[in-house]
Design a protein around this ligand. Structure first.
Ligand code: APR
Length: 258
């Protein structure tokens, strides 16, 4: 049976759903001014080569280039704000505590800035710094790299062992944070409805969560102005943007017929 496109029907589904999971991608923040990754002209990967900027090997090969690239993205993200889509999700969570689990691939922190609680950030947070390697320590000093004592630089380095600070994001080829991933998989397995918003569905294991939701009997709704790799698992396809569709879907008076 082909996917429906009727927003009123999806609103009714939301009203019936006890447990809702939401999976978001870069498109969620596009209307806040954050570039996506794979949009043909404007996407980051249309301008930059991910293997040169978003892998551990690339960072080890040229730490300054990678650090500077993330520094420029951080600066951009400090200047942007949550859009109506982020706010609609946060407000729904406040109205119905525990009913909506928010899973994001985004590292921009905009869901959290909008007031969303317990956001499962599968790809980390660009605002965080983490140490590249375990600390080698120094003579007479325990092996603990301290950010407060880091030598300034691009990137900063441990004063004792020279270990480098790196952005707290998940790079290609790296494991996702185990606790967040397990909670996301649980939400996908137990939800009645999954909203998939602003993702191409090109990256796993995040994209697999929509398949898991469908296989476990949940309704899957894709919100994306363009075709995506997850259209095939959708019961509904809303060709709309995140900031226009989510407020319409999550407005209070239409979403509680349980
Ligand atoms: N509203 C909703 N969707 C939108 C909007 C919008 N305003 N603008 C663009 N989109 C859609 C695009 O059509 C595209 O399908 O958002 C999707 C963005 O896809 P990608 O750029 O591939 O981003 P994402 O799916 O989040 O990428 C997954 O890949 O590069 C890695 O780690 C990075 O988390 C990222 C992962």
């Amino acid at each position: 049976m082909s996917a429906i496109t009727d927003i009123a029907a999806v609103r009714a589904w939301l009203g019936e759903a006890r447990r809702i999971a939401v999976l978001t991608g870069a498109g969620m923040s596009a209307e806040s001014g954050v570039p996506t990754f794979r949009d043909a002209q404007t996407g980051l990967w249309a301008k930059f080569r991910p293997e040169e900027l978003a892998t551990e090997a690339a960072f080890r090969a040229n730490p300054t280039r990678v650090w500077d690239w993330y520094a420029s993205r951080r600066d951009l993200m400090k200047a942007v704000h949550p859009n109506a889509g982020h706010l609609a999700l946060a407000q729904f969570q406040q109205r119905y505590p525990g009913r909506l689990t928010l899973i994001t691939q985004n590292v921009d922190g905009l869901h959290q800035a909008a007031g969303s609680v317990d956001t499962l950030a599968l790809h980390g947070n660009i605002g965080d710094d983490i140490w590249l390697d375990p600390c080698q320590g120094a003579p007479g000093r325990a092996g603990v790299c301290e950010v407060t004592r880091a030598q300034p630089g691009r990137p900063p380095a441990c004063a004792d062992c020279g270990n480098l600070l790196r952005p707290g994001v998940v790079w290609f080829g790296e494991m996702l944070p185990a606790v967040a991933l397990a909670a996301a998989e649980d939400a996908a397995q137990t939800c009645d409805l999954m909203l998939v918003v602003g993702t191409s569905g090109a990256v796993w294991p995040a994209a697999g969560l929509a398949h898991t939701a469908r296989h476990n009997g949940a309704r899957v709704v894709v919100v994306n102005p363009e075709p995506s790799e997850l259209d095939g698992v959708a019961h509904a396809l809303l060709r709309a943007t995140a900031a226009s569709a989510l407020p319409a879907l999550l407005a209070d008076e239409i979403t509680d017929t349980r």
